[in-house]
Design a protein around this ligand. Structure first.
Ligand code: PEP
Ligand code: MN
Length: 337
């Protein structure tokens, strides 16, 4: 349920409503709009006496939030959420580009890639130190050594680090190095992990599971938001369909469909969505045209030697060329990059 305050309602009225809500055992979520304040009522499913709330001084109306996700919904927070990252606002008019290898493999590889993507205009560096691999015999990532190499790359380039955290017990360690936690597709419904990153104040890039609906993605985000961390970006990274020519099927619909329902920034991953470097560019351009707030793209200096996801990794010169084309599409849809 949300309580819409009258335009120009007095601070004492606002406080009165907040006290009423808290005294009745609920939590509040305040959204300051340009004209009015919205007070979200969060908590269990006990009924609230809406008529009583509507009679409190300064209250304009009381509206139920019908969606099962509350904090993630546009009703609760009608303005887009913006998340500060490296002097930019993710979710603002400028499209964010996160680029880097699937996995951190060596000092030389991560530094070379970091310099290349920085040169091409990326805002953040990605790289996995803990990798969720389908096979236990595949490269599992360098672990903490990988995190240290990422920190070195940040030091050298100034690019903030986006890296995956796979287990609640690793949240603290990964948090010592990461600027943004990535929660991978396979862990989208790892509720213990969602709660653990929700207790931090670091931005979270939450990837949609390959077989999860958009509503399940929003409910997963709700776990993080409900623990107090409001800096969540959602990521469309392709879903599983019957089509074998591509690794996944890029659900470009998800970008506008999620934007109709949530204020959280939407990031697109054209690398995992397609699985083939030749398709990454067209999918990235489609994502920007569809209104994505950012992209996360795999780049490797020598994709043929990559220990994971070489087939879908762009070489730096191809990435740099794509940056120019994405910029043109961003400008065509009233954004910048
Ligand atoms: C990745 O970003 O390298 C990754 C493993 O992605 P996803 O969780 O989307 O498969
Ligand atoms: Mn990958």
């Amino acid at each position: 349920m949300i309580i819409v305050m009258e335009q120009g309602a007095a601070e004492s009225d606002r406080q009165g409503v907040i006290e009423w809500v808290e005294e009745h055992g609920f939590r509040v979520h305040i959204s300051e709009g340009e004209e009015r304040t919205i007070i979200g009522v969060i908590g269990n499913d006990r009924p609230v006496d809406r008529d009583q709330v509507a009679r409190l001084p300064g209250v304009e109306r009381v509206v139920p939030v019908l969606a099962p996700y509350k904090l993630a919904s546009l009703d609760m927070h009608p303005q887009p959420t913006t998340i500060p990252l490296n002097g930019r606002q993710v979710g603002g008019s400028r499209v964010l580009v996160i680029a880097g290898p699937c996995s951190v493999e060596s000092r030389e590889q991560i530094l070379e890639t970091a310099h290349a993507v920085k040169e091409a205009g990326a805002t953040a560096l990605r790289g996995g130190a803990y990798k969720p691999r389908t096979s236990p015999y595949s490269f599992q990532g360098l672990g903490e050594e990988g995190l240290e190499l990422l920190a070195e790359a940040r030091e050298a380039t100034g690019l903030p680090i986006v890296t995956e955290v796979m287990a609640p017990e690793l949240v603290e360690l990964v948090g010592q190095y990461a600027d943004v936690y990535q929660v991978g597709a396979r862990n989208m419904q790892n509720f213990a992990l969602l709660k653990a990153v929700g207790k931090t104040d670091k931005p979270v890039l939450l990837k949609r599971g390959a077989s999860n609906t958009m509503e399940e993605l929003l409910m997963a985000a709700e776990y993080i938001l409900s623990k107090g961390n409001l800096n969540v970006m959602l990521c469309e990274r392709g879903i599983r369909t019957f089509e074998p020519y591509t690794r996944n099927t890029f659900d470009v619909n998800a970008i506008p469909a999620l934007k109709m329902r949530t204020h959280l920034p939407i990031i697109a991953d054209p690398s995992h969505s397609t699985g083939h470097w030749e398709l990454v560019g067209p999918a990235a351009l489609a994502a920007v045209a569809a209104g994505a707030d950012g992209l996360i793209i795999e780049v490797h200096p020598r994709p043929e030697e990559a220990l994971s996801d070489g087939l879908q990794s762009l070489k730096p010169d191809r990435f740099s060329d794509l940056m120019g084309r994405m910029r043109a599409v961003a400008e065509a849809v009233g954004r910048s990059l």
